[in-house]
Every structure is written in C-alpha cells, then in structure tokens.
Ligand binder design. Structure first.
Ligand SMILES: [Cu+2]
Length: 499
C-alpha cells in the first residue's frame, strides 16, 4: 500500500510538471469530492446492511429477546436511543460528505466568513437538549421501576447469591420462605454464607449448585460478596447488580419464559441449528442454557464464575425443590458445629416417628422370634446414670402411642451398656436404665402387665467396643415386641461376656 501511495504521488508530480499545477489541482479536488460521495453511500449502505445482518446477535432482537418482565423496558429504552441517534447519525453524515463535495475549492468561489449566528446556536443546542431531557426522564422512570424493591404485599421468593473468588454460592429459603440470619464472622469451611445456626430460619435453607426458578414468579435476589467486588449478571433476564463486600444489594425480577419454551424459540434461528458442543448428538438450541455470570473483572479466575439458570413450570419447580436437602440438616446437624443439640425440629420429630412406627411394625411381623427387637435409637441417658435425657421423651411418647394403638402387643425393655468399667456395675446400670424406660411407659398409661424389663450389661454387644462409635452403639435400650407371650426374664447374668 505504501509503495502504491508513493508511486501515485510521483505520478502526480510528473503530471503537474506536464499540464500545469492549477489544472491538476482542480481535477484532483473534484475527484476527491466524488470519492467522498461514493464513500458516503457505501458507508451508509454497509452500516444498514450490517445492522440487519447482525441483528440476531444484539440484546433485544431475535434469540436475544428479554426473558424477564422488566427486560422489555430496558430493551425499549435502548431501542429508542438507537433510533434517535441513528437518525442524527444519518443526517450529519449526509451533510458532512455532501458539503465536502459541494463546497470544494472551485475557480472564482470564495469562502464566506461567519463569526457568529445566534439562531444556529439555539437550534443545535436546543434540539439535543430537548431530546436528551425526554431520554433521561424516560430513563429515570424506567430505572425506578426496574431497581425498586418488592412491595409489602408482594408475593415473591427470595434467594441469595454470594460471590467469592471464584464462584457463586447460592442459597434458597426452604419451606418457611425465609432466609436465615448470617454473619461474616461465622464463615468457615462448612459454613460458606456464615449462617447463624441458632437462627432457626437457617435450619431449612438449601444450598444449590445451579439456579432453578419457577416461571412468572417474582424473585428477589439478595446479592452479597465475600472478598472483592463481583457482579450478579443474568444477561437473558437483563439483571445486573454489583456484589459488594459489606454492602448487601438486591435485584427483583420476574422470569417470563421457561427454559423449554425458550429453547423452542431458539430452534427457529440458524445460529442455533448447529451441533451442540456439550452433546454432539443434539443441536445447539436443545442444550442452550440461560446463564449467571460475574460481570466484574474480579481476578484471574473471573471467567469461571458461571452457573446455569433453569426456569421451570410451577409444578416442575416444586418437584425439583422437594428433592433439595436442607444444608443444615444434611451437613451441620449433629456435628460439632451444631449449637442446637438440645432441641428437635418438627420435621425431625415427624421423621423419627414414622421411622419408629415402621420399625415396630416390621419387628411385629417378623415370624422369627429373635428379630422381634428394635433399638430405641433416640432414647439416651445422662452419663453413668439412669436419668433419661430430655430429648428421649419424643421416642418414648411414640412408643406409648404405638402401644395404645396396638393393645394386644406386649413388650420387654432390654438395657445394654458398653464394656468400659466394672462388669457388675454395668449390669446394674443396664437394669436400672431398662426399668426407668418401663416406668416412663407406665406413667404414659401403658398397663404394667404388658411390660417387663431386664438388664444385660455389656454381654450382648452389637459393635466393636474398641472404638468410640462402637461403644456408643453398644450403649442402647432395646424394645422387644410380641403379640404372644413375653419370654421369661433372664436369670442374673454372668459378668464375663459370653455368646
Ligand atoms: Cu467475580
């Protein structure tokens, strides 16, 4: 290119010398004017053509139509701005290039000198000012609608997205519909949100791997960050909000299409009728997913902060939700991090009751006499004594209800200890414990004739006494159930373990 330009310049110099400078200059100026007109036409045609050609890659058009209620508002604002700026763009370009041609240097014409023109000043300041005012007022109005919080009477669902280097941690409220309290000081390996487990609203909260939401439901996302600035971005839903450490933000939106409906729409577009990268057997539109991304350049792993968003019909969503497990109950409950060892949750009470009834019925139905025993897993005693722990009453009450319902059932309570300590003392302790349980049932209204109790000390272990878990399993109270006669009470046991 450089060589060509140098050559053209040399040819011009030669031409000037041959024809005379002024004539060549006039020709060149005229040609340049024509070239500018050609450029104008080509430029505008290419601009419009590329707009039409790349339409489907722009937000708000074709496959990139908004999938949320407020998204149309943003796209509408964007379009209005595009239309106005495009009109100005076309007019100014036509004037720019047409005047360059029309007022090119010509023989006998002289430029006019204008120092100032008030009318022109007013026109080209006033018109943009008026247009801008309307755009800004419209924009403010849209902003207030989009960025507003939920109303007091709104039916909505709240979830939390917590950004950290480099992923999103997601939390759902569980059955109570409320997210539990958090405190950043409580954040540790098994508590990524810093949930305060003494706040029972946390007990049913769910941690999920990907966002799944019901269609047409108002969603409020509580947006938080653990380390640096991140940005909660759902491009398909026109949701975008910074996640700031120490400054919780939020975004409220309503998804309007399910993933299924969306994929069906995508199938109409050529861009999506190519083989899928994730599954070569399928087309792109069949595997396309809405996504959550981080829109703040937050560090070198920024690219990996991606999650999929799936929108389901209400009933499908309920089905999905039912499969999710409370993080607290599945991970924290009963561990050292659990401060609620002294209480039982309603769900646990129900679950234990169902479990007990099932085990008791199974034990009753077993034809072999030996299998008529079930372990009262949740009946425990204070260390070294026959004092029942407070939480034992739940299972004992279940046993009372079961015996009241099945009046033909007789029971024998069997106490067992681990092998630690003196064998005779263990035997006595096991007997006292079994008897204590029998007294509880007696107080609960069960006929004394239907119950016997016996202690076995450490003679019938069910696990290895060498480990702490084994010893814990061996310290137990068993319930022998039968519709027939109760077996004879064992005679005083030998203190040495035997088969
Ligand atoms: Cu990030």
């Amino acid at each position: 290119m450089l060589l060509i330009i140098v050559q053209i310049a040399r040819v011009r110099d030669l031409a000037k010398q041959m024809r005379g400078e002024e004539e060549v200059d006039a020709r060149n100026t005229k040609m340049t004017g024509y070239y500018l007109l050609v450029f104008l036409v080509a430029f505008l045609v290419i601009t419009v053509a590329s707009m039409v050609y790349y339409k489907n890659y722009m937000l708000g058009y074709g496959p990139n139509d908004s999938l949320s209620e407020h998204g149309g508002l943003i796209d509408g604002m964007m379009n209005l701005t595009f239309v106005i700026t495009f009109i100005v763009f076309v007019i100014t370009h036509i004037l720019l290039f047409w005047y360059s041609y029309k007022y090119r240097k010509q023989e006998g014409k002289k430029a006019q000198y204008i120092s100032h023109n008030n009318t022109l000043e007013i026109v080209w300041t006033g018109i943009p000012a008026i247009v801008m005012t309307f755009l800004v007022i419209g924009g403010l109005d849209a902003w207030n609608t989009i960025m507003g919080d939920v109303g007091a009477d709104d039916d909505y669902m709240e979830i939390e997205a917590n950004g950290y280097q480099f992923a999103w941690q997601l939390r759902y409220p569980g059955d109570d519909g409320l997210l539990g309290r958090t405190n950043f000081r409580l954040i540790e390996g098994n508590n990524p949100f810093g949930q305060d487990w003494t706040d029972l609203k946390n007990a049913d909260d769910i941690h999920v791997g990907q966002i799944v939401l019901p269609v047409n439901k108002k969603i409020r996302v509580r947006i938080t960050a653990r380390d640096v600035l991140h940005d909660f971005y759902l491009p398909q839903f026109r949701v975008k909000m910074d996640a700031v450490p120490g400054l919780p933000t939020f975004f409220v939106f309503t998804p309007t299409k399910t993933t299924k409906e969306w994929r069906k729409e995508l199938s109409q577009y050529e861009e999506y009728q190519i083989p899928s990268i994730t599954d070569p057997e399928k087309m792109y539109w069949e595997t396309a997913n809405m996504e959550l991304a981080c829109a703040e350049l937050c560090g070198k792993g920024h690219w990996s902060m991606k999650k999929t968003v799936t929108i389901l019909e209400e009933d499908e969503y309920e089905e999905w939700l039912a499969e999710q497990k409370s993080y607290y109950l599945s991970t924290i409950r009963g561990t050292e991090s659990d401060p609620n060892g002294n209480i039982l949750f309603p769900a646990e009470i129900t679950q234990r009751r169902q479990e007990f009834i099932q085990e008791a019925n199974t034990a009753l139905e077993t034809p072999e006499d030996d299998d008529n025993t079930l372990i009262l897993k949740y009946v425990t005693f204070e260390t070294g004594s026959a004092q029942l722990t407070e939480l034992s009453s739940y299972q004992l009450d279940d046993a009372i209800n079961f015996l009241k319902k099945n009046t033909d059932v007789n029971v024998m309570l069997k106490g067992h200890t681990d092998s630690t300590g003196d064998a005779t003392a263990n035997y006595t302790l096991s007997e006292r414990r079994a008897s204590e349980v029998r007294s509880y049932l007696l107080k609960g209204g069960i006929d004394a004739q239907r119950m016997t109790s016996a202690g076995f000390g450490s003679t019938v272990p069910v696990a290895d006494n060498g480990t702490a878990e084994g010893r814990q399993a061996n310290r137990r109270t068993e319930l022998y159930v039968t519709r027939g006669e109760l077996p004879a009470l064992p005679v005083m046991m030998d203190s040495t373990p035997s088969k």
